[in-house]
Ligand binder design. Structure first.
Ligand code: HEM
Length: 131
């Protein structure tokens, strides 16, 4: 068995992000959605996601952005978020253990929940978010 460590340095974050999006790109439900938006610019997306998780988990503030806005336009519903979360949890459990690993799962689930609430809200009110 591969020894598991916590998510402590940028290389761990890169390992998490690379493995997770490796799974996403193989996934029948999620890969068409990602590929349609990202096309051949996966390097740029991965680099952004390294910085996002580096900021969230390591408190090294390299990501400046508005994560919600791009999701508003995607054709996603509950089943997509469920799959996203299942793959994210699977990646964490395969590779890491410890406080940061736990925090990563907690933060991902909270953000997924918030995205879904905001998407539902804007659909219902037929308005658009400013950010
Ligand atoms: C159904 C689930 C999800 C799908 C299909 C999805 C898909 C995408 C796509 C296609 C982009 C690229 C958008 C663009 O470049 O225009 C993106 C960006 C991003 N996603 Fe997701 N996502 C999902 C859930 C999440 C969750 C739960 C999180 C947070 C934990 C998250 C965090 C981000 C961030 C930080 C960006 C970069 C935003 C930016 O600064 O441009 N995503 N996502």
């Amino acid at each position: 068995m591969i020894e598991q460590t916590d998510i402590l340095v940028l290389d761990d974050v890169k390992n998490l992000v690379d493995t997770f999006y490796g799974k996403v790109r193989q996934d029948d439900l999620l890969s068409p959605i990602f590929n349609r938006v990202i096309g051949d610019k996966w390097d740029i997306h991965l680099d952004k996601m390294y910085r996002f998780w580096q900021t969230v988990l390591l408190k090294e503030h390299t990501y400046l952005g508005a994560p919600f806005a791009p999701h508003m336009k995607l054709p996603v519903e509950g089943k997509h978020f469920d799959r996203w979360q299942a793959l994210f949890y699977e990646t964490i459990d395969e590779k890491f253990s410890g406080e940061k690993a736990k925090e990563a799962k907690w933060r991902a689930s909270k953000m997924a929940e918030m995205f879904q609430m905001k998407i539902a809200h804007y659909k219902k009110s037929q308005t658009n978010p400013l950010l």
